[in-house]
Ligand binder design. Structure first.
Ligand code: IMP
Ligand code: MG
Length: 183
């Protein structure tokens, strides 16, 4: 178990790595079942989903293709639609025979996925979403995901890919960030 004793930025472990590992395996089994007769293209949303994405795809037993996107609700991107910007798009034009599963780290306001999904739905045969974490209390726009690892309370979390100011992504567990860091 990772030792957080000397890390003052971490308030506590919210979901430990073993719990995450078990849940990831369950989600992979659901995806195996639901996409068995589809052409699954897993779309990882960078950077926050990168560890979840890697663990999830390694637990699939059905064939899957891999793509990545980088999306943000601010900053300068190459393509823009609605309020979100795409700074890295899926690396192929024709998705008309693909069944996409968009993989996110966390759904917070819901803005990112509620804008992204309709955009992808115009290009692909089907689009579903999978998130490691969901904070429903923070929702500003109506959005519900097809697959979810854990529903969590309104706390800022880091680790297992998630960052605060680009830090803490490499921690093995999902941890609550100490308010000392951002207050
Ligand atoms: P949404 O569009 O508000 O749902 O934004 C989701 C994005 O906000 C995620 O992909 C994260 O990058 C970021 N985010 C929201 N809550 C947290 C958190 O608790 N920790 C780290 N990143 C977060
Ligand atoms: Mg982030």
């Amino acid at each position: 178990m990772y030792d957080y004793k000397n890390n003052e930025a971490i308030e506590k472990v919210l979901i430990d790595s073993e719990t995450i590992e078990n849940r990831v395996k369950e989600i992979a089994r659901d995806i195996d079942r639901d996409f068995a007769d589809k052409r699954l293209v897993m779309v990882g949303i960078l950077k926050g989903s990168f560890i979840f994405f890697g663990d999830l795809v390694r637990n699939l037993t059905i064939p899957a293709e891999i793509e990545f996107m980088k999306v943000s609700s601010y900053g300068s991107g190459t393509v823009s639609f609605g309020e979100i910007k795409v700074s890295l798009d899926i690396g192929r034009e024709d998705l008309s025979e693909c069944d996409l599963l968009v993989v996110e780290d966390i759904i917070d306001s819901g803005k990112t996925l509620s804008k992204l999904v309709p955009h992808l739905a115009k290009r692909a045969r089907s689009v579903k979403t999978c998130t490691l974490l969901d904070k429903p209390e923070r929702r500003e726009v109506d959005f519900s995901t097809d697959y979810c690892g854990f529903t969590i309370p309104d706390e800022f979390v880091v680790g297992y890919g998630l960052d605060y100011d680009e830090k803490y992504r490499t921690l093995p567990d999902v941890c609550i960030l100490s308010p000392k860091v951002y207050l």
